[in-house]
Write a protein of this length. Structure first.
Ligand code: FES
Ligand SMILES: [Fe+2]
Length: 428
């Protein structure tokens, strides 16, 4: 249970709030490359940490991130024309380059003005299908990070973005919480429901996810790392060959995590749009094989159009979330929903836009959630005493990945991690 003050500190991300200022020290995804599919395509209005921006791709393919409202008199640049190397405001025709340089000021003959003035523009890096920006203090811009997902061939990577009407911490805590996997996602993970649910996991996933059901109260080994923390969830798995299944999950500040599957891994960023909305970017990457985006979207429950509109999860209590009570009664569907992403979004939004954590009752299985909050609050404290937040200057994060393996004795997972050259606990 948190105090109201702690809950506010953790969940409020706007300018001037402690978490908002902390988050602004890092780079964030603001769009996918697919949202700006070609030079001079339609611009995008995108909100990040409670501020509005226009994101556009110029004639040469370069991406710019500017404040949404025009430097002249505040019309939305997201209504603008993207043409001939810049974006032009449709109100009085001022035109801006990706770096904020004013290219044309049609209603002003004074040419010195155009040289003196610049639109607020933010650094951009486009990599591996994501458009990243940095909106924090200029003098404090950290290095850009390379992640494990950047290392796989482009053809072996798929990604999508989904917006949810809930605070980022609800989404991130859901992603940290391993003990819901065998219950909420029973359609995918629980023997008996696997066949009944309409949405069956890809066959290679079944083995792994059904372990989640075999031992519902895994032992959690949680350790701090230079980027945040990781936890190993160790389950006893019965059957003809009793064994220990160990799943290592790294979580990195300010909003990332990596989940390992047998031959691919998923990296998720739960990026705050504002206090009540989150843009989750999910990237699947495989060292060995090509992946199928349509199949992935179907498995996640994202192809059901009434649940998703314009990248956004829109189901709510107006229609009882369209929960399929009939299928639940007939034992054809555990949750009444289809697919992991859909189930997670239903749960996160059902708590209201910002869950009041003064009302919760935590148990031992929630230890990773407690650590997640602690690491976020640690970052706030570090900033207060003039230190850098956790992991800010880590440039090479390619060894920040997890694993999912069976070991005869679950305690050997650290040896396995070091043999694989993975990140390790922070001893400092
Ligand atoms: S408000 Fe944009 S040009 Fe005047
Ligand atoms: Fe989930």
């Amino acid at each position: 249970m948190l105090s109201r003050e702690e809950n506010d500190r953790l969940t409020q991300v706007g300018p001037g709030t402690p978490m908002g200022e902390m988050m602004r020290r890092y780079w964030h995804p603001i769009a996918t490359s697919a949202q700006l599919p070609h030079p001079d395509c339609d611009p995008l209005r995108s909100r990040l940490l409670g501020e509005n921006f226009v994101v556009f791709r110029d004639t040469h393919g370069k991406v710019g991130v500017l404040n949404e409202l025009c430097t002249h008199r505040g019309a939305s640049m997201a209504l603008g024309r993207v043409e001939e190397g810049g974006i032009r405001c449709i109100y009085h025709g001022w035109k801006f380059a990706v770096d904020g340089t004013i290219m044309d000021m049609s209603n002003n003959a004074d040419s010195t003005y155009i040289e003196k003035l610049k639109a607020p523009a933010y650094p951009v890096v486009e990599r591996s299908g994501l458009i990243w920006t940095y909106i924090g203090p200029k003098e404090k811009q950290p290095p850009f990070r390379t992640l494990a997902l950047d290392e796989v061939p482009e053809a072996n990577r798929i990604l999508f973005r989904v917006n949810t009407n809930a605070n980022y911490l609800q989404m991130w805590e859901g992603g940290t919480d391993s003990s819901h996997v065998g219950i909420l996602h029973s359609n995918l993970t629980r023997p008996g429901w696997l066949a009944a649910g309409e949405h069956i996991a890809a066959p290679e996933l079944n083995d792994m996810v059904s372990d989640a059901w075999d031992d519902m109260s895994p032992k959690l080994d949680i350790e701090n790392t230079a980027f945040g923390f990781h936890y190993a969830s160790i389950r006893r798995v019965g059957g003809p060959n009793p064994r220990h299944n160990v799943r290592l999950v790294p979580l990195f500040l300010p909003h990332g995590r990596v989940i390992q599957f047998p031959d691919f891994f998923t990296t998720v960023f739960d990026v705050p749009i504002d206090d009540e909305h989150t843009a989750s970017y999910l990237i699947d990457a495989s060292a060995t094989r090509q992946l199928d985006l349509q199949e992935r979207l179907k498995r996640s429950g994202m192809t059901e159009e009434r649940f998703y509109s314009n990248n956004t999860f829109v189901a709510n209590w107006d229609f009882g979330y369209w929960q399929d009570r009939n299928a639940m009664k007939k034992k054809l569907n555990w949750s009444g929903f289809k697919g992991i992403t859909q189930e997670d979004a239903v749960i996160s939004t059902s708590m209201g836009p910002i869950y009041d954590r003064t009302q919760e009752h935590l148990v031992a299985a929630d230890a990773a959630i407690v650590r997640l909050r602690k690491r976020l609050l640690d970052c706030l404290k570090k900033i207060e005493i003039g230190e850098e937040p956790i992991g800010l200057n880590l440039e090479d994060m390619t060894n920040v990945i997890g694993f999912d393996i069976d070991l005869p004795d679950g305690t050997q997972w650290r040896e396995h991690a070091s043999q694989q050259g993975l990140h390790s606990a922070d001893k400092s």
